[in-house]
Design a binder for this molecule. Structure first.
Ligand code: GLU
Length: 468
């Protein structure tokens, strides 16, 4: 652990049993940022050894979640399942060097052992009777392979987040490396793969902290150098409880579907457990140049959706318009909405300037641009809105010729509408309401002047015509 390795290699090792969880996305992000900050490598390993729960769909979904976030990996993702021959080879190596042994105790024997220890008030830790039995006395029966945990030693890891953590080896059983059905265990596979992939730093959830201790024993038995560990506190809900579905969406794809943009999510995920002074809003490239292990917090971060929206909002108004257009196209595909037509794209382009400070997500944007997407003649679904338009028909009729002649720009339109309302003894709002509805079919829209400016004279008057 002592010397700083020359090239930093990190990895993300998801088990493909579901979509990319927000906590796992943060783990991936931290590993990615550390590697990118130092010009190192970020590798992907799919831990698909659980045949029953792993699915190719989950792998696909995890990869697409990472790609959506803009987290790229070096080389091809590695399937842990494909490395079993190598895992078994290492088990043989450990057996040959007497660091591991074959254990012929059956499940029933182990269970019995535990029960009787419980009854007599002794430690239920299983001590295999085969630990020191020579080869010549081995029966021809199925066996598992266990690591010979060194006795009477204190096992320590110097975690970059948790500090020094230690266990007494006497509290550990001899862990199984190879099951009696010949399959390598998770604990062994992780160590072998991390070593073979040259992983120098492992950042992951602190639910793996005790695994790190056990894994260190395997590294030591093999004479391999131990990577640097950083176990980050898990994310909690706003109420401080363990994150669960009732706290809101838990997978990254849902955030894409809710209309978040990657920059916003990345920024927010960074702040869930890591800080850079008082900086709240920063870009992914800033995060890439700032990220370090030292500023990962020790306390559990809380998922605060209001804050996440706030962070996203800042990014929606600052990322380039080109990106907005690209992300928005993808968003519409994700939520199975019709794509923007070329003319709608042009209208969006001229509206985004006044819309960008009003929207927190693309779902807000979609709402705001109903007036752009709506087809003529506009169908007013709401009875009350319909009545409002009907009641104001004459007023709108009077306004039409004036609109035909005004210079079509924001200032002139504004002064025309202000003069018109005051000459008709009505408040501006009373005039704006029916106009809003005939331009969009809705009662919540951008300002009528904004809509009219973007739509232009011809389209605005056509929409007036449809109703008057
Ligand atoms: N596959 C493990 C998980 O998804 C991660 C193992 C590790 O990071 O060492 O929790």
């Amino acid at each position: 652990m002592g010397n700083t390795p020359t090239q930093i290699i990190t990895r993300f090792a998801p088990s493909p049993t579901g979509d990319l969880h927000i906590g796992s996305a943060r783990t991936a992000l931290f590993n990615w940022l550390l590697a990118r900050r130092h010009g190192g490598k970020f590798l992907l390993r799919i831990e698909d050894t659980d045949f029953e729960r792993s699915t190719p769909e989950a792998t696909k979904s995890i990869l697409s979640g990472l790609s959506w976030l803009g987290i790229d990996w070096d080389g091809e993702p590695i399937s842990q399942r494909s490395l079993q021959t190598r895992h078994k080879q290492v088990v043989t190596q450990l057996l040959d060097s007497n660091k591991a042994y074959k254990c012929f105790s059956t499940k029933e024997e182990i269970l019995e052992n535990r029960e009787s220890a419980k009854k007599s008030g002794n430690s239920t830790l299983f001590k295999s009777p085969w630990r020191n039995v020579g080869k010549s006395q081995h029966p021809n029966e199925p066996y598992s392979v266990r690591l010979k945990t060194p006795e009477h030693e204190v096992l320590k890891i110097n975690d970059k987040v948790q500090g020094e953590v230690s266990w007494n080896n006497n509290q550990l059983d001899d862990m199984i490396l190879l099951r009696s059905d010949g399959t390598p265990t998770y604990m062994l596979a992780v160590v072998v793969d991390d070593h073979d992939m040259g992983v120098t730093h492992i950042i992951r959830g602190d639910d793996h902290l005790s695994n790190a201790g056990r894994q260190k024993l395997i590294y030591q038995a093999l004479g391999w150098s131990v990577p640097i560990f950083a176990h980050i506190p898990l994310i909690h809900g706003e109420d401080g409880k363990k994150l669960s579905k009732r706290h809101g969406a838990l997978d990254i794809n849902s955030y894409a579907e809710m209309g978040y943009i990657p920059e916003g999510v990345i920024n927010y995920l960074c702040r869930l457990g890591w800080s850079h002074g008082d900086d709240e809003i920063f870009t992914t490239s800033q995060a890439k140049s700032w990220f370090n292990l030292e500023n990962i917090g020790k306390g559990p971060a809380r998922l605060d959706l209001k804050k996440m929206e706030f962070v996203n909002k800042q990014h929606m108004s600052t990322v380039s318009y080109k990106l907005i257009e690209k992300y928005f196209d993808q968003y519409l595909i994700n939520i199975k909405e019709k794509a923007l037509s070329t003319s709608q794209k042009l209208l969006l382009n001229s509206s985004f300037g006044f819309l960008k400070n009003k929207i927190k997500t693309f779902s807000d944007l979609l709402e705001q641009i109903r007036f752009i997407r709506v087809d003529r003649p506009i169908d007013i679904n709401d009875e009350k809105l319909n009545i409002l338009v009907i009641n104001n028909k004459n007023l709108l009729k009077d306004l039409t010729p004036l609109l035909q002649n005004v210079n079509w720009n924001r200032d002139e339109l504004e002064s025309l509408l202000l003069n018109f309302s005051s000459s008709h003894n009505i408040k501006f709002g009373e005039l704006a309401r029916p106009i809003r509805i005939i331009l969009s079919g809705k009662s919540h829209t951008p300002s009528i002047i904004d809509m009219m400016t973007v739509l232009g004279r011809e389209e605005t008057l056509s929409r007036f015509d449809d109703f008057c």
